[in-house]
Ligand binder design. Structure first.
Ligand code: TRP
Length: 448
């Protein structure tokens, strides 16, 4: 990608490189922190089911649309909408995406800071340094939150300054399989503990009576958030994509990687909650969770501590470091959107744009660090509501302004026989009708 002082655009090193970067953007705190928490608080198996439907039937088609827009235009979201039509409204959709990205990033870094802090907490706990361990685990300590969020943000800025491809591609290539490995080991451990089967049942057997408009709205927002959709991150990543790549296939691989890791995280954390409950740890007050924002950060350390010894220490440290890297490959994609916007539209050099935007976001992060109740509010406005609205308008743009046929023509590069496939008949129907109506219906019913 573009070097330090130029405004030139670059591209991914290889096909795998792009998939790794987009999967790195998708897999993050959304999978391991947000998804299990929402499953636990909002309907167990029913939530999982609706989430899967939203991911495949709404998320995947929108992802293909974003990538096609990005590659055709070779631009940031605002520039992309400008360059594909003369319509004056749609660049504002790109701008809305930039704003959602900035606001999501502001709370995301605070939670990423929790994950990073817990890697050290495991070490302090092992050596019995209680004061340090307690300081690190106090997620209500604004000062602590602000410091670690700042460290995280500065790390993100530094990577973005250097151009993202090498770093993300390498980090993701090792992180993803290791993360999957550790989660599977932990699932194996949890399953041997008393109480786990109650959690598995809660997770895998949907209680259909729990499917409400509120649940569907939340699961749809979660699907967008987890796939990094609806704010132009994949328009931006698509803009660095080589013409030889097969867009639908790349989107399918990213979607499967993302869903797979979210599913495994749920299979670990929901049973682990019931194991904790069985062991007398208070995680429920009545049938409400005692804490929703930092649930995962209470359950997982309890699990590592119960494994104990060197095994508990190593698993704990490696897990939280991997989670931090997963969060980092996501914050990179969140910051890359406003940065590429500033570079393309205002011709600011990459280095200046990265520090300027990054430090601006850090100001908002600091406010969130001291007022963690803002996390829920921001998540609701900018993820649950903001991203599906962005996705809806993206569909409308592709269907009625740019036209799905132009998108298919763009996809023919890298997928020569696409017009003979079922995909080329079905995908436009999703973009014209199914996705926009489903998104609109869910938003409206949620408010009625
Ligand atoms: N998908 C990431 C996660 O699940 C978060 C994320 C990265 C994101 N880039 C995004 C969310 C763009 C929305 C839009 O943790």
């Amino acid at each position: 990608m573009a070097g330090t002082s130029s405004t030139e655009r670059g591209s991914w090193n290889s096909k795998l490189g792009f998939i790794l970067a987009a999967a790195g953007s998708a897999v993050g705190l959304g999978n391991i922190w947000a998804f299990p928490t929402k499953v636990a608080t909002e309907g167990g198996g029913a939530y999982l089911l609706v989430y899967l439907v939203c991911t495949f039937l709404i998320g995947f088609p929108v992802m293909v649309a974003e990538l096609a827009i990005g590659r055709k235009s070779g631009k940031n979201p605002v520039g992309a909408f400008k360059s594909l039509s003369s319509n004056k409204f749609f660049p504002l959709v790109g701008l809305w995406g930039v704003i959602c990205g900035v606001m999501i990033l502001s709370f995301y870094t605070v939670i990423a800071g929790w994950a990073f802090g817990y890697a050290f907490e495991e070490i302090f706990f092992y050596f019995g340094w209680d004061a340090g361990a307690n300081w690190l685990t106090d997620t209500s300590n604004g000062f602590r939150n602000a410091i670690i969020a700042a460290v995280f943000m500065i790390g993100t800025i530094k990577i973005i300054v250097g151009g993202v491809s090498d770093g993300i591609e390498k980090a993701t290539k090792t992180m993803m399989p290791l993360l999957i490995g550790i989660i599977i080991i932990m699932i194996g451990y949890v399953m041997t503990q008393p109480g786990a089967t109650e959690g598995v049942r809660e997770y895998l057997l949907p209680d259909f009576s729990k499917i409400t408009t509120g649940l569907i709205f939340s699961a749809m927002g979660q699907a967008f958030f987890s796939l990094s959709l609806g704010m132009g991150a994949l328009i931006t990543y698509g803009s660095y994509l080589n013409k030889k790549e097969n867009i639908p296939q790349a989107a399918a691989m990213v979607t499967l990687a993302d869903v797979g890791i979210a599913f495994l995280a749920g299979l670990l954390i929901i049973p682990a909650m019931y194991v904790a409950k069985n062991a007398g740890i208070e995680i429920f007050v009545g049938d409400q969770l005692a804490s929703s924002t930092d649930l995962v950060f209470q359950i997982l350390p309890a699990l590592f501590h119960s494994i104990g010894g060197a095994a508990g220490l190593i698993l704990g440290v490696v897990f939280f470091l991997l989670l931090s890297i997963a969060a980092l490959t996501s914050t990179i994609s969140l910051l890359e959107v406003p940065v590429s916007f500033v570079i393309d539209e205002y011709k600011v050099p990459r280095k200046k744009a990265s520090w300027g935007v990054g430090l601006g976001v850090l100001v908002v992060s600091t406010i969130v660090a001291f007022n963690t109740s803002l996390i829920g509010t921001f998540d609701y406005i900018f993820s649950n509501l903001g991203l599906p609205i962005g996705g809806l308008l993206t569909c409308i743009f592709v269907a009625f302004v740019w036209k799905t046929d132009s998108a298919i023509t763009e996809m023919e590069y890298g997928f020569a026989g696409i017009r003979q496939t079922l995909f080329s008949k079905v995908w436009p129907m999703f973009i014209y009708v199914i996705c926009p109506l489903a998104i609109l219906y869910n938003i409206i019913t949620n408010f009625i």
